[in-house]
Design a binder for this molecule. Structure first.
Ligand code: ADP
Ligand code: MG
Length: 300
């Protein structure tokens, strides 16, 4: 496209809340054959809430909440915010007088898996099943049943271990965006394949996929794994777009031919992307492709 055509399209995009950072993305977007969507915060609202909690140990709800609050207060993850909020409410309901959090030592982030730290003499781990496996924390059948039950309902389970023993679990729900299914069905009608890639587990991801109409799901993928998926899809010369919101999506946003960041996402994702969807509305994935198509057909 000519510099003028790019300028016109960029201006038009900006007025519609689609920030196009350069001519390159604009020229590639009309060729997109595959759109890869992150799950949390992209297909879903990214505002998780805790819908259930269960203790699997001798610990009281108050003790359980105390360690959970202490450790998760150090995490930036949206799940952590939901968990802290819920645990504080729960603690109060159980009649606790405590309002403050305990101190945490050796706080650690396990990307795509969870967090950990020491509260007093207690070693705490909070995260998914993989984190428990990796740390040799046994997940008993009773816990397994609770997890499966919730994952089938498209919820994510957060497991909590204290001193190497599974102490309890929380189930988190994050509803899909109202426009998600419509946008995916529209893209599919344009012969564009839609794929999901997520750090979350397969059962939850598949359940969300069903809700939005995506059959192809890559789950339990870490940030570099997400980028590897994009590169695999590009191998036959296919033009691939990636839509994401998180720090964990930035390598994939860079790897993709067209990286689209959700405006409400993290700064790192916005910087890594070629196009920013200011309104955080998935309809604008179509707006961006449309702008590119119109720009390219005009000059031909
Ligand atoms: P996504 O790709 O869906 O945005 P992430 O890669 O950020 O997901 O995280 C993957 C999974 O790791 C989450 O679904 C959750 O189970 C677990 N996890 C990550 N951070 C935390 C945390 N702070 N507390 C509990 N669980 C976490
Ligand atoms: Mg995300």
């Amino acid at each position: 496209a000519t510099p003028t055509a790019v300028m016109v399209a960029t201006g038009k995009g900006a007025s519609q809340g689609v920030l196009i950072k350069g001519g390159d993305a604009l020229e590639k977007a009309h060729k997109v054959k595959i759109v890869v969507f992150d799950k949390t915060g992209t297909l879903t609202a990214g505002k998780p809430t805790v819908v259930s909690a269960k203790i699997f140990s001798k610990f009281s709800m108050e003790e359980f909440c105390n360690v959970v609050i202490a450790v998760e207060a150090n995490s930036e993850h949206p799940i952590a915010k939901a968990v802290v909020e819920h645990a504080k409410k729960f603690r109060k309901e159980y009649g606790s007088q405590t309002e403050q959090s305990s101190e945490v030592k050796d706080f650690e982030v396990h990307p795509g898996a969870g967090v950990g730290g020491k509260v007093g003499e207690r070693m705490i781990l909070i995260g998914n099943r993989r984190l428990m496996w990796a740390s040799n924390v046994p997940v008993l059948p009773e816990v397994d049943a609770y997890i499966s039950e919730n994952e089938e309902l498209a919820r994510t389970c957060i497991l909590v271990s204290i001193n190497g023993r599974l102490a309890g679990a929380l189930a988190v729900t994050d509803p899909v965006k109202p426009e998600a299914a419509r946008v995916i069905s529209f893209l599919q009608s344009m012969s564009i394949t839609c794929i999901m890639v997520t750090g979350d587990n397969y059962a939850t991801a598949t359940a969300i996929g069903k809700e939005v109409g995506i059959q192809e799901v890559f789950a339990e993928t870490d940030p570099l794994g997400k980028a590897d998926r994009i590169k695999e899809l590009q191998m036959k010369g296919t033009t691939v777009a990636m839509v994401g919101d998180g720090i964990n999506d930035s390598p994939a946003l860079v790897a993709a031919d067209v990286g689209l960041a959700i405006g409400a996402g993290t700064d790192v994702a916005i910087e890594a992307a070629d196009i920013v969807l200011i309104k955080s509305n998935l309809e604008d994935v179509i707006t961006a492709i449309d702008l590119s198509r119109k720009t390219i057909s005009r000059i031909r």
